[in-house]
Design a protein around this ligand. Structure first.
Ligand code: GTP
Length: 249
C-alpha cells in the first residue's frame, strides 16, 4: 500500500510539471509468483493505481506496467519496449524488418543495440522471451570471443566493427545469424536450416536492408544538423556586429 501511495504522489507531481510525460511502471521481483499470480498481481496494482488517479480527477493519465525479475531477461525486454516508444522511426524500422524477413525466409529478426542488449525494433510477429534471451546470449558470445581473440596483441581495435558477423546452428534445426548494421546496431535473425541454404539471398537482402537503415538515420542526422544550424543563426543574430553577445546566452 505504501508503494501505491508513493506511486500516486510521484505520478501526480510529475504530471503537474509535464502533462505530456509517459509513465512506465516496473513491478520488480516477480519471480516468486506463479504465472497466473503474476497477471493477477499486475491487474490488481493497475486497477488500484487507476482508481487512485480517478479519485483525484486524473483519469486521463495512462500508466504502462511491466513485470521484471533479475533472474531472467525481463528487465531488458521491458526497457526495450520503453525505449521503442521514444524512437520516432519505429514504424519505418518495423516495416523494413517485415520486408526483409518475408523476402528472405527468416522466422524472426531483431535490431539490437549491442552494448545495452536492448532491441530497438523487431518485425511484427510476436516476441517470446526465450527467443529474445537467445539473441542476448549470442551477442554476449560474439563480443566475448571477439574481446579475447579478436583484438590486436596491444589491445588495439574494437570488439564490434563492420566485419562482425556470426552464425550459430542450434540442435533444433534453427540457425542464429548476427550481422553488423551500424556502429551501435546489430541484426540478429532466426532462420530455419533449410532456408539458410539460400544464404546468398539473405545476404543480398541484408545488404539492401542495411542501406535503408543507414538512410533512415542519415535523414535524422540531417534534421539534427539543420536544427543546430538554425539555433546557431539565432544566437548569432543576438550578438553585436563584432560578435560579442549583448547578454549572456
Ligand atoms: N527474488 C528476487 N530478488 C531480487 C530481485 N532483485 C533484487 N533482489 C534481491 O533483493 C535484495 C535487495 O535488493 P534491492 O531490493 O534491489 O535493493 P534496494 O534497492 O537497496 O532495496 P530497497 O530500496 O530497500 O527496496 C537483494 O538480496 C537482491 O538480490 C528480483 O528480481 N528477484
Amino acid at each position: 500500500m505504501e508503494a501505491l501511495a508513493r506511486l500516486h504522489l510521484t505520478v501526480t507531481r510529475a504530471y503537474k510539471v509535464n502533462p505530456d510525460i509517459n509513465f512506465e511502471i516496473f513491478i520488480h521481483k516477480v519471480d516468486g509468483l506463479s504465472d497466473d499470480h503474476k497477471i493477477e498481481t499486475q491487474r490488481d496494482i493497475h486497477q488500484r493505481a487507476n482508481d487512485d488517479l480517478a479519485d483525484a480527477g486524473l483519469e486521463k493519465i495512462h500508466l504502462s506496467f511491466y513485470l521484471t525479475s533479475i533472474y531472467d531477461h525481463s528487465i531488458f525486454e521491458a526497457f526495450s519496449k520503453v525505449v521503442q516508444k521514444l524512437i520516432l522511426q519505429l514504424p519505418t524500422l518495423e516495416n523494413l524488418l517485415n520486408i526483409f524477413i518475408s523476402n528472405s525466409g527468416i522466422e524472426k529478426a531483431f535490431l539490437f543495440d549491442v552494448v545495452s542488449k536492448i532491441y530497438i525494433a523487431t518485425d511484427s510477429t510476436p516476441v517470446d522471451m526465450q527467443t529474445y534471451e537467445l539473441c542476448c546470449d549470442m551477442i554476449d558470445v560474439v563480443i566475448d570471443i571477439s574481446c579475447i581473440y579478436g583484438l590486436k596483441e596491444d589491445g588495439a581495435g574494437t570488439p564490434y566493427d563492420k566485419e562482425s558477423t556470426a552464425i550459430i546452428k542450434l540442435n533444433n534445426t534453427t540457425v542464429l545469424y548476427l550481422k553488423e548494421v551500424t556502429k551501435f546496431l546489430a541484426l540478429v535473425c532466426f532462420v530455419r536450416e533449410e532456408c539458410f541454404e539460400r544464404k546468398g539471398l539473405i545476404d543480398y537482402n541484408f545488404h539492401c536492408f542495411r542501406k535503408a537503415i543507414h538512410e533512415v538515420f542519415e535523414v535524422r542526422m540531417k534534421v539534427v544538423r539543420s536544427r543546430k544550424h538554425q539555433n546557431q543563426m539565432q544566437k548569432n543574430k543576438r550578438a553585436t556586429p563584432n560578435g560579442t553577445p549583448r547578454a549572456p546566452l
